[in-house]
Write a protein that binds this ligand. Structure first.
Ligand code: ADP
Length: 645
């Protein structure tokens, strides 16, 4: 846990900072470790190779080390150093030396007198033969003259080639008379060098490189030499007066006991780092150096640190992923638990609400049920009341009709009586034909009375519920028959305007007749005082609201309806008739009946209509118009049986 006392910004960055530091440390450590390991490996490899080269070089030199001594003991060389020696004898020696040279595979073998002049040489045949040349300045001659074995390396003064010289004193009676010299060419013992990432160098004790796998470094110095040393080298003519320049070392430092790191500028001006290992070759007085490029070690260190870095990043990413996953799992778990809790809570709330709502609904349902039952009861009562009212209205009409019915029945009754009396009289007078004609009249009268009685019965019967095609003309016929006598008594003209074919509406015959009877009854009443007494009955088809209707009009030339009463006349018990004359139920029941039949009943006044019909009598009459709309019906399309009045 980050320290709470740290500033928040630092606390937030602390893990990243710590991770970065650890990452740098790990990378640095892995790079360092790799560097050390690889360096050690390179060093071990270079040491091995170096020792191999040292052994090989030593072997190559030792191979020729005893040649000079051997030849001085085998041949009586002092003989050739005497003043009286002839040129033929010397030529003999030249040939012998050349033979040895070939056998021993060396560069040159030559004999020097005590003054340093070459008296015989294997290269006697060459233009630059050593014969006659003085090499007294050479240390190998001086050492031999002191009775010692001489060794020397340097550039040949005549050939300019790098050579290694072995010398041995030539004695005569225990006195050194001269020296025999065997010369090996260095390039013959130079190692074939194939390592592109390393160099092999051999330096003399002054640090002058005279063997090198890289030719441009030959006769350079491995360190910068003091002026005096350079002068001494120059004086010795060891390197034939060549200018010895130091290697272009840019940087060097010791990295182990026997190991140095060098940075050398190469010919292409690029710097190259080397590991430098040295090993002495005491018998030759040389140092053998092995140089191995450090770049592969550096690359290895970089690769390993990159790999470590990648591994670290990978591990970190995996760690972060696992951490994140665990955290998201935990969060998901928490979220699930919270969601579950919330769901549970919502569920509980919902259940509570549903329970409350259900209780409300049950209560209101109960109330509704009660209301429905109440309505059903009310409706039943209403239906009953309506039926009773219809019946009452019928009876009312019957009551109104009773006077005329009375008259209608009394007249035939009186006639019956007189016809019966007359028939008896004629029978007693034995006039049966005349009596028969009276009886014929009696029969006609009884038929007439039966017809009236049948109509009244039909009017008072209760209606059915099923709607059927009903002929409008037939319904009018029936209604008109009821009032026929009264129309005649009051001089009322009935004018029909019906289509040629029979018009059918979907209705109930009894109820339609009841409506028409009521309308005719009202018209009759309205025209009591009217000067012009006409009832117009019109029927026609009508298209409205995409349906086919039958429009039935009953209009009279009576008093008309005051406009303010046009709405009221359909109200139950509205009547303008004198008490005892009307109940005010006819129109309200008729309107209800028409609605039940799927139509409507409208009232109006027809002054304008009258004018249109008969402009000449425009001022003489007004009157009411009752219009009935009922659904048209074509019985040929219907399976119902057509009822006629
Ligand atoms: P009632 O005939 O018993 O009065 P209705 O409901 O049939 O009852 O008629 C109500 C009223 O409508 C009548 O009292 C009358 O004032 C008026 N009325 C009905 N038909 C006509 C008509 N053809 N002409 C003038 N007024 C009418």
């Amino acid at each position: 846990m980050p320290d709470q006392t740290l500033p928040p910004a630092l606390r937030r960055w602390l893990p990243s900072l710590a991770f970065t530091l650890v990452a740098i440390l790990v990378l640095w450590q892995s790079a360092q470790q790799t560097w050390n390991i690889e360096l050690q490996r390179l060093q071990d490899q270079a040491t091995n190779e170096l020792l191999l080269h040292v052994t090989s070089l030593s072997g190559k030199l030792e191979k020729h080390e005893y040649l000079a001594e051997l030849l001085t003991t085998k041949e009586d060389l002092s003989h050739f150093l005497r003043p009286e020696i002839t040129s033929d004898e010397l030529q003999q020696l030249n040939l012998v030396l050349d033979t040895y040279r070939v056998i021993a595979d060396v560069s040159d073998i030559y004999l020097m007198n005590h003054d340093g002049f070459t008296v015989a040489a294997s290269n006697w045949w060459r233009a630059d033969s050593f014969i006659g040349q003085n090499f007294a300045f050479r240390p190998y001659f001086q050492l031999a003259m002191q009775g010692q074995q001489g060794r020397f390396y340097g550039l040949g003064t005549t050939s300019g080639a790098r050579g290694y010289y072995f010398s041995w004193p030539v004695y005569f009676k225990d006195e050194v008379q001269g020296a025999l010299v065997v010369k090996i060419e260095i390039h013959a013992i130079e190692q074939p060098w194939r390592d592109p990432a390393g160099e092999l160098l051999v330096t003399d004790p002054d640090g002058v490189i005279f063997i090198s796998s890289r030719p441009e470094w030959r006769l350079s110095t491995i360190t910068e030499l003091p002026r005096e040393t350079l002068q001494e080298i120059s004086d010795s003519l060891r390197y034939a007066g060549r200018i010895l320049r130091p290697l272009p070392v840019m940087e060097r430092h010791q990295i182990a006991d026997q190991a140095e790191a060098l940075t050398i500028r190469m010919n292409n001006n690029q710097a190259r780092d080397y590991l430098l290992l040295s090993h002495p070759m005491p018998e030759a007085g040389w140092q053998v150096h092995m140089m191995k490029e450090l770049n592969p070690v550096r690359h290895q260190a970089i690769i390993v640190s990159l790999l470590s870095g990648s591994a670290l990043v990978l591990v970190t990413l995996i760690g972060l992923y696992l951490f994140q996953r665990r955290r998201s799992l935990r969060e998901r778990q928490q979220w699930k638990e919270e969601a579950h809790r919330a769901l549970q809570q919502a569920h509980d709330e919902l259940e509570t609400r549903v329970a409350a709502r259900t209780a409300d609904l049950s209560a209101s349902n109960q109330r509704l049920l009660e209301e429905i039952q109440q309505h059903e009861r009310t409706e039943a009562t209403l239906r009953k009341t309506q039926k009773e009212l219809v019946q009452t209205a019928k009876l009312a009409v019957l009551g109104q009709l009773s006077a005329s019915i009375n008259h209608e029945l009394n007249q035939p009754l009186a006639a019956l009586r007189s016809y019966a009396e007359n028939a008896r009289t004629f029978l007693t007078r034995n006039q049966p034909e005349t009596a028969d004609s009276n009886l014929e009249q009696i029969l006609l009268l009884t038929e007439r009375m039966a017809e009236i009685s049948a109509q009244l019965k039909m009017f008072s019967r209760k209606s059915g519920d099923q709607l059927v095609p009903v002929s409008v003309q037939a319904a009018f016929d029936y209604a008109l028959k009821l009032y026929w006598n009264q129309f005649q008594q009051q001089n009322i003209e009935v004018i029909r305007r019906f289509p040629a074919q029979e018009v059918f509406v979907l209705a109930d015959m009894v109820r339609l007749e009841q409506v028409l009877v009521n309308l005719l009854s009202n018209a009759l009443h309205a025209m009591k005082q009217a000067p012009l007494r006409q009832i117009h009955l019109c029927t026609e088809f009508l298209q409205q609201d995409g349906r086919e209707w039958v429009q039935i009009q009953v209009w009279d030339t009576g008093s008309g309806i005051p406009p303010h009463q046009l709405e009221e006349i359909f109200d139950p018990f509205f009547t303008s008739k004198e008490p005892g004359q009307g109940l005010g139920l006819g129109l309200s029941i008729s309107s209800r009946i028409v609605q039940d039949l799927g139509g409507r009943l409208e009232a109006g006044n027809h002054l304008q209509f009258q004018r249109l019909q008969d402009p000449a009598s425009a001022n003489s009459c007004t009157g009411a118009v009752f219009t009935l709309y009922l659904p048209a019906c074509h019985p040929e399309n219907s399976h119902q049986e057509t009822l006629h009045g």
